[in-house]
Structure formats: structure tokens, C-alpha cells
Design a protein around this ligand. Structure first.
Ligand SMILES: Cc1cc2nc3c(=O)[nH]c(=O)nc-3n(C[C@H](O)[C@H](O)[C@H](O)COP(=O)(O)OP(=O)(O)OC[C@H]3O[C@@H](n4cnc5c(N)ncnc54)[C@H](O)[C@@H]3O)c2cc1C
Length: 416
């Protein structure tokens, strides 16, 4: 008997982990990724949680020292670069490209189809059809929308679920270790370092280097700097290119105007610890707006449900909890476990998946929203700020940060 087939839309980390897990429970899985080429340069640091590491091991990926950089302490740096607070920690910082490479290499090549963009989904009693932008069609038993925050699958089945701008952007930067001045390397490179300009949050940590190397000397330092940015004027300006063309709420990094880059580097020198500002000044920063996204349901289809959302297509939690990839992996594990437990009863399997991961998604979004509330509120008049919106000092931020890591672990464990 032939295996049931899953069509996975989106070949980033969520889609790849889903392909591995579905194959491990007896499904055939094919990934359709709209980009024509591998985005090996999606240079972004990815913090990990134990649940992600466990799931990667479950699909046979050895999560060894080559997968990420171990960090043993968290520092808070004041405006002058002095250590205001220091705590021990145990965490592994990986990178999008490092995880993607391992996941992709471990799949047979014909499972991963680049240059295939989904246009729409058709369904009937016997199966589901992915209609691709070039007019070709692919037939399967299940379709997994792992196509990110602007999901085509979600737009068709749940158009009312829209990303909501959180009121701030994340400026991101990465610099190879060899380009970090030695004094700064000695002071902060091996640490997870926070700086807290008022109403903002800037953090840095080591990640695998450009060629995914985790050995000392060949790593990179990753910076994420959250800054309140009003949507109506400042964000529009940030997203306008040198020709005057506006790019909505996100602009491709190469099109950010040089004067914007010069200005943010100067602002870094004025507001954040000099060690972080120096690394930032030597890099090529870009920004991403921060959104919340919630879906009231993540399984669809008539007469038999055959369509699910997974990862950022389903829920987007602000990055403070560093759990986007972990959530995508937990979604994939929940889906695979439900399909295994319910055999041919797809309706029962998808109902279980929907129940488990919708609850988890809402909880994670709420947790991350609370962590970022003081940044969202920085554009409000001070007398209107309440509870978590009030400014945070170093001690309360560190306490919240540590508690949220435990809370992610707890929420993930409660699903099981
Ligand atoms: C500033 C910042 C910091 C972050 N830090 C962390 C962190 O430390 N740890 C962590 O776990 N997470 C972090 N995240 C979140 C993490 O990056 C995402 O949660 C994760 O990448 C989601 O993976 P995904 O596979 O669901 O979606 P995506 O990575 O968005 O991938 C979606 C894929 O679908 C493809 N696609 C889209 N539409 C179509 C279509 N119509 N047809 C075919 N393909 C399509 C896209 O090309 C893309 O490859 C951070 C996010 C931000 C913004």
C-alpha cells in the first residue's frame, strides 16, 4: 500500500522539521518552497530551548557542539559599558542557516522543491491539491501551511487572522568574530549581553559564523535591538528606498537608505554600551517590524479536514521568548503524534492537533506580548501606561527574562 502524502508549503525551519517528523510516522512528505534558490544567507541567530533540541534529536540530527555556541553567563551593560548585573545561564545559540543545513541535508533531495510557490488550495472528498503559481498541481492527503507570517494558506482559510504591528522594530546585525576588536571580544563575546536604553532593549550573543562554524575565532556576534517606531511616519520613512518607492512595512535589507543606516549607527553610539555599539557600527544592520499573530483555529477543510497551519503561519510570538523555531518544531511533533495515534482517522488527528497547538500558540503569544509590553507602550504618554507597560529596570527585566524561559518550558510540557 502506498504511503499517505503530505504537501508541505514553505521550506524554512518549520517546513523542514515537519517533513522529517511526518516521514518518521510513515508519511511521504514533499516540500514546496517559493524561493528559487536556497537562502543560505538568512543570517539570523536562533536561541534554542531544550524541546527544540529534543525534537531535532528525535529526527536523527545530532545536536552536538557544531550546532550552536554555548553561553554561560548573562550580562547587563550600562550606557558606559560597565557590567551592572551578571548571572549564570546555560543556553545554546544557533543560527537559521546552521539548522537549515542539517535539516535539509538529512532529507532525500527530491523531497525539497525550490521555485514552487503555492497560489491556492483545492480540496475534495478524496484529497487536497496544491495549485502552484506556474499552473502545475500537486496532489496529496494532507497540506501543511508552513509558509510563514504572510501565509498564502492562512489567507485562503482564515483571512481575518492578520499580523498586528507591535509598535516597534528589531534592528539586527551580525559581525564575524575575527572582525570584533580583541578588547571587546575579551569583555563580552562569550556572553548574552543586554543593554536597556529607556523604553528599548538591545541584546547580543555569539552564534555560528558565516560558514556555520562554532569554533572559537570563527563564530559571529549577533545583535537584536528593539526600538519603538511609530507606524504612520517613522516606519514608512524607514521602508522608503532611495528612489522614493515605499515598501509597506518591511523593506529588503539592501534597499535600506544609506542615511538610515548611518543614523542608526550614530544612535547606537549615543544609547547603547560602547562594546555593542562598536560591533553594530562595523556590521551591515537591517530591521524587521515585530508583529503578534493569532489564529482561532489551525485545521481546515470540507468535507474532511486536510489542511493545517504550522509555525509562524499559525501564530507569531514576539521574539523575546526566543521560541519561534521551538514552537514550529512542537507544532510538527504534535501533528506527527496525532497522525500516528489516530491512524486513518484524519479528522480526529487534526482536531487533536488544532486543540493542542492553538492553546499553546495563544499562551506563547500572551507571554511574549507581556515581555515586550513596555517597548510597545514607549510611544504612549507615561500616564496611560499600566502594569507590564511600565518602564523596566535591569533587575525586573532579568527576572522576567529568566522566568519566561521557564514558562516556555512549562507551556510546552503542559501540552504533553
Ligand atoms: C528579530 C527576530 C529574532 C528571532 N529570534 C528567534 C530565536 O532566537 N529563536 C527562535 O526560535 N525564533 C526566533 N525568531 C522567530 C523565528 O525566526 C521564526 O519563528 C521561524 O523562522 C518561523 O519558521 P517558519 O518555518 O514557521 O516560517 P518562515 O521561516 O517564515 O518560513 C516560511 C517559508 O515559507 C515560504 N513561503 C511563503 N509563502 C509561500 C508560498 N506561497 N509558496 C511556497 N513557499 C512559501 C517562504 O519563502 C519561507 O521560506 C526570531 C524572529 C525575529 C523577527
Amino acid at each position: 500500500m502506498s504511503k499517505p502524502r503530505a504537501l508541505i508549503i514553505g521550506g524554512s525551519l518549520g517546513g523542514l522539521i515537519a517533513a522529517h517528523l511526518l516521514r518518521s510516522v510513515g508519511w511521504d512528505a514533499v516540500i514546496y518552497e517559493r524561493n528559487a534558490e536556497d537562502l543560505i544567507s538568512r543570517g539570523a541567530g536562533i536561541g534554542t530551548h531544550q524541546h527544540l533540541i529534543d525534537i531535532l534529536r528525535r529526527v536523527g540530527i545530532a545536536f552536538d557542539d557544531s550546532m550552536g555556541v554555548q553561553v554561560g553567563r548573562v550580562l547587563c551593560l550600562d550606557r558606559d559599558g560597565a557590567v551592572a548585573l551578571e548571572k549564570e545561564t546555560v543556553r545554546v545559540m544557533s543560527g537559521w542557516a546552521r539548522l537549515h543545513r542539517s535539516l535539509r541535508e538529512a532529507l532525500p533531495g527530491d523531497c525539497y522543491r525550490l521555485g514552487h510557490a503555492l497560489a491556492r488550495v483545492d480540496e475534495d472528498a478524496d484529497g487536497v491539491t496544491a495549485v502552484l503559481a506556474d499552473g502545475s498541481r500537486a496532489r496529496g492527503d494532507l497540506l501543511v501551511g508552513a509558509d510563514g507570517i504572510r501565509s498564502t494558506v492562512r489567507a485562503q482559510y482564515l483571512p481575518e487572522a492578520q499580523p498586528v504591528y507591535a509598535g516597534y522594530v528589531a534592528w539586527r546585525a551580525m559581525l564575524e568574530e575575527r572582525d570584533v576588536p580583541k578588547k571587546i571580544r575579551d569583555e563580552i563575546f562569550e556572553s548574552y549581553a543586554f543593554c536597556l536604553p529607556e523604553g528599548e532593549q538591545c541584546l547580543g550573543y555569539p552564534v555560528p559564523g558565516g560558514d556555520n562554524d562554532t569554533q572559537a575565532g570563527r563564530r559571529a556576534y549577533n545583535i537584536v535591538w528593539y526600538r519603538p517606531t511609530d507606524a504612520a511616519t517613522t516606519l514608512v520613512d524607514l521602508c522608503t528606498d532611495a528612489s522614493g518607492r515605499r515598501h509597506g512595512m518591511a523593506i529588503p535589507p539592501p534597499l535600506i537608505r544609506p542615511e538610515i543606516i548611518a543614523a542608526i549607527k550614530a544612535t547606537a553610539r549615543a544609547l547603547v554600551a560602547p562594546q555593542i555599539a562598536e560591533i553594530f557600527a562595523r556590521s551591515e544592520p537591517f530591521f524587521q517590524p515585530i508583529f503578534d499573530l493569532e489564529s482561532r483555529t489551525i485545521a481546515f477543510g470540507e468535507p474532511v479536514p486536510r489542511i493545517v497551519l504550522l509555525g509562524d503561519a499559525a501564530f507569531v510570538a514576539r521574539p523575546h521568548v526566543g521560541a519561534g523555531v521551538t514552537k514550529a518544531a512542537l507544532d510538527a511533533a504534535s501533528l506527527a503524534d496525532a497522525l500516528l495515534a489516530h491512524g486513518d482517522d484524519l479528522a480526529a488527528a487534526l482536531a487533536r492537533y488544532d486543540r493542542e497547538q492553538t492553546r499553546f500558540g495563544h499562551s506563547l503569544v500572551a507571554l511574549s506580548r507581556e515581555e515586550g509590553a513596555y517597548i510597545s507602550a514607549a510611544l504612549k504618554p507615561p500616564h496611560e501606561r499600566r502594569g507590564a507597560e511600565l518602564p523596566r529596570d535591569i533587575h525586573s527585566l532579568m527576572a522576567a527574562h529568566h522566568a519566561s524561559r521557564d514558562r516556555v518550558r512549562q507551556l510546552a510540557a503542559e501540552r504533553e
